[in-house]
Ligand binder design. Structure first.
Ligand SMILES: [Fe+2]
Length: 190
């Protein structure tokens, strides 16, 4: 057991391949590297493909939020500003988050693709994995490992007004600015 594999790609089967491919290319600023024979391969970084779509010649059942199996795939940015910039770019194209969640360890925007799969765009709230792990071992996380929802448009405004990313990426900021939002866990399971 001397080697550790790295994560390579995700494949989704779909009956609406063109719509799904375009949606993910927009979400991830990706591009198609191969397409044909009911397949489409997309990348957004150095890997030859990070996400692919297959359209099998059989009827597929619609996804149920209550189905067992994978819930979401998460993609991370290097900074809050990058996440908020992508949020703005997507909103301008009519793609809005299904639910934003301040996990405490990450600031996360959950989107739903055209088939109903959840996709998380996030930024780490801590500079190092060790700090993040320490937070996850602490009392705030133990009491509630999901965290509250927040309003990304308010976060963007505050960031533009000069509030630091460190202050904005806390549960305290989310709860202070948007105490009225519903439990985000409901939105993730319905
Ligand atoms: Fe996640």
């Amino acid at each position: 057991m001397g080697t550790t594999p790295r994560f390579a790609h995700v494949v989704l089967q779909t009956s609406r391949l063109p719509e799904m491919r375009d949606w993910y290319c927009t979400l991830l600023d990706g591009h198609v590297v191969f397409e044909g024979h009911g397949l489409s391969f997309v990348t957004f970084d150095e890997e030859h493909h990070r996400i692919a779509f297959m359209s099998p010649p059989v009827a597929l059942d619609a996804k149920s939020p209550q189905a067992a199996g994978m819930h979401h795939v998460a993609y991370t940015f290097d900074s809050l500003d990058q996440l908020l910039d992508r949020y703005t770019e997507l909103a301008d194209k009519g793609i809005e988050p299904h639910v934003p969640i301040q996990h405490g360890v990450t600031t996360s925007l959950y989107y739903r693709d055209p088939d109903g799969n959840f996709v998380e765009l996030q930024v780490d709230n801590f500079a190092t994995p060790e700090q993040a792990t320490a937070y996850m071992a602490g009392p705030e996380y133990e009491q509630d490992p999901v965290g509250p929802s927040f309003r990304p448009e308010l976060m963007r405004e505050a960031r533009h007004a000069g509030t630091t990313a460190e202050e904005l990426t806390t549960r305290t900021w989310a709860l202070t600015t948007s105490p009225d939002l519903p439990n985000p866990l409901v939105a993730l399971t319905s």
